[in-house]
Design a binder for this molecule. Structure first.
Ligand code: FAD
Length: 438
């Protein structure tokens, strides 16, 4: 049995940020990670001749996000603006993205007038009924499913208005050498301060009493500590007993598990397809008004695999596909081969190249169905109407012994992001350092 001050379960952004802060303050930490690599939903892949710093998970810094940007500055990690044009492909033709969601201003106005939180689907039915607003209802529902990867029937109107009122569309960035450079920095810092990160350590059981925790892994390793930070994804915490990755608490923590189940966790499939050439730039496909697609960053379509983006402004032959929300959840059981076929069919419909032509151009593909991944079981969290109360319960921890960290605990406009995870990791470390007598 190994003993330490603080055990941390999960080496994602939240767990590693907490580990860095605590170890830098002289606490002994052990991080236990189920996978054979750190990062969790940050997963950069590279190959000699394709997929140069390609992101299977998080890719963008969505705006001017203080915790992320300060950390990158401290680590001297470079990042570059994403930018580019957003285009739309609808009913067989390319159109300008303007008017992307009709009556957007009116939607925000009505949302800002809302006094009591309700789910966004009910909000739309109530405030934008009838034929006149079909376009608005459909556009918003698709946006909530696509971007927030959420179920509109559960997603909180208050949380979405907070997100939409704070949108900073021009300030997207990518890390030059991939998000993994930030994860590597955190893990290295933790080790520098004598912290340990153990991979391939699937935690299955947490036995605890105040000030005393014992953790058991699937290879029956036992670790003990005075405190534990549970930094696993919400999807894993919501998993049923016996499912891979799921953890049993002794004694049970009913109130906290109920709070966990009150939060929303979305679904996502991300497709990385590397081609011999950037056919979207030069196959003569034209947007409305004869504009070319050379500067295309994002493409939103009504196809099965609906959203695609390029690496603009960097010239690259990589196309990234994205399917989120309830439609992604339905595809949880699809094989990689089936998903690839669906992706190529969608691209074939949009760019008028046959699937065989696309296959001949395809150099490599990597498809991550995050909902089917046992150690994630979804995309990222979204707020339900019950979320603020649930977060209060989880933020309080249990008996100054069990603490929670993860993107789902963040309360602010950057919900579901790396910023959310880093902030939560930082906050839990502060809470432990401020309260405790070791
Ligand atoms: C496809 C996709 C795209 C995204 N794009 C962006 C983006 O562009 N920008 C952005 O800011 N955010 C993005 N996000 C969200 C962002 O990646 C997450 O919010 C953030 O990385 C979550 O960090 P975390 O530490 O809370 O959880 P995680 O990164 O999920 O870390 C939790 C860790 O716990 C481990 N674990 C699980 N079960 C066990 C167990 N039983 N025992 C031990 N370890 C366990 C997991 O393996 C994992 O490493 C994206 C997410 C996905 C899935």
């Amino acid at each position: 049995m190994q003993t330490t001050d603080i055990l941390i379960i999960g080496a994602g952004a939240a767990g590693l940020m907490a580990a860095y802060r605590l170890s830098a303050s002289g606490r002994k930490v052990i991080v236990l990670e189920a996978r054979n690599h750190t990062g969790g939903r940050i997963h950069t892949i590279s190959h000699e001749s394709f997929f140069k710093h390609a992101e299977l998970g998080a890719e963008f810094i969505h705006g001017n996000l203080p915790v992320t940007l300060n950390l990158l500055k401290e680590a001297n990690i470079k990042y570059s603006a994403a930018g580019g044009e957003m285009v739309r492909y609808d009913k067989g033709r390319f159109i300008d993205h303007e008017g992307f969601i009709e009556n957007w201003e009116l939607l925000l106005q009505k949302l800002n007038e809302l006094e009591q939180d309700i789910d966004i689907a009910t909000f739309l039915q109530k405030h934008f009924p009838g034929e006149k607003y079909i376009g608005l209802r459909d556009g918003v529902s698709k946006f909530v499913a696509g971007y927030d990867t959420a179920d509109p029937k559960k997603a909180s109107s208050f949380a979405l208005r907070n997100e939409w009122n704070n949108e900073d569309a021009d300030a997207q960035h990518r890390l030059d050498n991939g998000y993994c450079s930030m994860i590597n920095y955190l893990a290295d810092k933790c080790k520098e301060h004598e912290g340990n990160v153990y991979l391939n350590s699937v935690v299955t059981q947490i036995d605890w009493k105040p000030g005393d925790v014992k953790v058991i892994t699937d290879s029956v390793e036992i670790y003990s500590a005075e405190k534990i930070i549970i930094a696993m994804p919400l999807g894993v915490l919501q998993a049923n007993r016996g499912e891979k990755g799921a953890v049993v608490f002794h004694p049970a923590i009913k109130e906290q598990i109920n709070a966990i189940n009150d939060l929303g966790f979305g679904a996502i499939i991300k497709f990385l397809l590397e081609f011999k050439d950037a056919f979207w730039e030069n196959n003569g496909t034209k947007m409305l008004a004869g504009k070319s697609l050379k500067d295309m960053a994002f493409l939103i379509s009504d196809e099965n695999i609906s959203t695609w983006w390029t690496q603009y402004p960097k010239h690259s032959t990589l196309l990234t596909g994205w399917l989120g929300g309830p439609r992604a959840a339905e595809k949880k059981g699809d094989t990689t081969e089936e998903l690839l076929q669906q992706a190529l069919q969608s691209l074939s419909n949009i760019f008028k190249l046959s699937v065989d032509e696309l296959k001949a151009k395809l150099i490599a593909s990597s498809i991550m169905n995050w909902t089917a991944e046992p150690f994630t079981r979804g995309s990222y969290s979204y707020d339900t109407v019950a979320a603020p109360e649930a977060r209060t319960i989880l933020d309080a921890g249990v008996d100054n012994t069990l603490f929670f960290a993860g993107e789902y605990l963040y309360d602010g406009p950057a919900m579901g992001t790396v910023e959310a995870a880093l902030t939560s990791g930082q906050n839990v470390a502060k809470r432990i350092l401020n309260n405790q007598v070791f």
